[in-house]
Design a protein around this ligand. Structure first.
Ligand SMILES: [Zn+2]
Length: 402
């Protein structure tokens, strides 16, 4: 679909001439026979290109029927593009190096450069950029330059799935130069298909004249047999990363099982919280009614007033103790929901550590209670000691503020 330009677009006019005007057939000086106008976006703004087309003036010459375009045109934009190379590189870099999404690139192009591109055309430009990048990556001359000072090379092959549901991408990398040699999506990775890639790597190594000293891969059968067949005398090592990942599987399974067991034991948080909240509400109500009573009975009933003041005082520690219990519940809930960490930092181990810290902390409070004054109301929550503070200790200030 042709690009739609707003009527008020302000174009910079760039005129392009043919530089070498000798007819390629007969050598005569060519004439301008036509003009081609095209419009495109550059990072500096919209441009209108005026391309002067040439042909041979000799009607009998084969060069008369063909026109020649200015040489510089393709260095500004390829045919049919609505953007210049600078915009293409900008888009490709954002996509391939910074992994921006298409909507993100679209938004940024519009905000920063006033360039509006549809999803489809943006996807098409990205595809073209990727093809050029792959061609550049596989360019034999550039490759030979990079490997000029290298004697021995180490190759690896692995299957990756860049996006879920897509075919697996098989990537051959050379590890001494940390370079991707080539990548191919294989819908069915049969032993033959995989071996073809390994044979291609062999061709590359031979073309470079470099000795392959080691292959690295996981133990997928197709890799093991393919490498053994194409590189019978080269060592093949199981990739340490895959090894760790495989060893990690039983570790993570055991860890996940342990977490389930711990969660079973640390149940009933909600019940405890509900009980505390109910108690707090009831105490609040009784204090309020006591205060109301004392206010209404006025000076005549002095003893009643004193009594209500006392009950208000005794309610205060119970209430703050209740808040501490709520904080404990919140801390335990946080511990039970913590799922972060891989096989080297198993979340279950951290959960076990954290829960035993909480248990120790509660035990310290119980010990304190045993040594406390026997006058204390047995139904009230035990006061919490702040002396032995641990990272999991609920914050006293916050308790009071609640
Ligand atoms: Zn001619």
């Amino acid at each position: 679909m042709p690009y739609h330009w707003p009527a008020d677009t302000d174009f910079a006019l760039w005129e392009l001439d043919v530089l070498d005007r000798a007819c390629s057939v007969c050598g005569r000086m060519m004439y301008v026979c036509d003009h081609r106008y095209r419009r495109l976006h550059t990072l500096e703004g919209p441009v209108e290109l005026l391309c002067k087309l040439n042909h041979c003036p000799d009607l009998a010459c084969a060069g008369h029927a063909k026109t020649k375009s200015p040489e510089l045109e393709v260095t500004i934009a390829l045919p049919k593009w609505a953007i210049g190379w600078d915009v293409l590189c900008w888009i490709g870099h954002r996509r391939c190096s910074r992994h921006w999404s298409i909507p993100q690139i679209q938004g940024e192009l519009w905000d920063d450069y006033g360039i509006q591109l549809s999803d489809d055309s943006l996807a098409r430009y990205i595809r073209q950029y990727q093809i050029m990048l792959a061609a550049r990556q596989e360019d034999p001359v550039a490759l030979r330059q990079q490997y000029a000072g290298v004697d021995q090379i180490i190759l690896s092959i692995d299957g990756l799935q860049p996006e879920k549901g897509h075919e697996t991408l098989y990537v051959v990398r050379e590890l001494t130069q940390k370079r991707v040699w080539f990548a191919e999506p294989l819908i069915s990775a049969t032993a033959d298909e995989v071996r073809r890639l390994i044979a291609k790597a062999k061709e590359w190594a031979e073309r470079l004249g470099k000795k392959v000293v080691l292959w690295l891969s996981d133990r997928q059968d197709a890799f093991v047999t393919g490498i053994a067949a194409e590189f019978p005398d080269v060592a093949h090592r199981y990739c340490a990363n895959h090894f760790l990942r495989d060893v990690a599987k039983p570790v993570l399974e055991a860890d996940s099982h342990a977490k389930v067991e711990m969660r079973k034991k640390a149940r009933g948080l909600r019940k405890i919280e509900q009980a505390v909240l109910k108690r707090q509400k009831a105490e609040e109500a009784s204090v309020l009614s006591a205060v109301a009573d004392s206010a209404s009975t006025s000076s005549v009933a002095k003893p009643a007033s004193a009594e209500s003041a006392a009950s208000a005082e005794s309610a205060a520690p119970a209430e703050s103790a209740g808040s501490v219990v709520l904080e404990y519940c919140a801390a335990v809930r946080g511990i039970l929901n913590d799922d972060q960490g891989g096989p080297l930092q198993p979340p279950g181990l951290r959960m076990a550590d954290a829960l035993s810290e909480v248990r120790d902390s509660i035990q310290r409070n119980l010990d304190e209670k045993k040594g406390a004054s026997p006058k204390r109301n047995s139904t009230a929550w035990p006061a919490v000691s702040t002396a032995a503070s641990t990272p999991l200790k609920p914050n006293k200030k916050r308790c009071v503020a609640m």
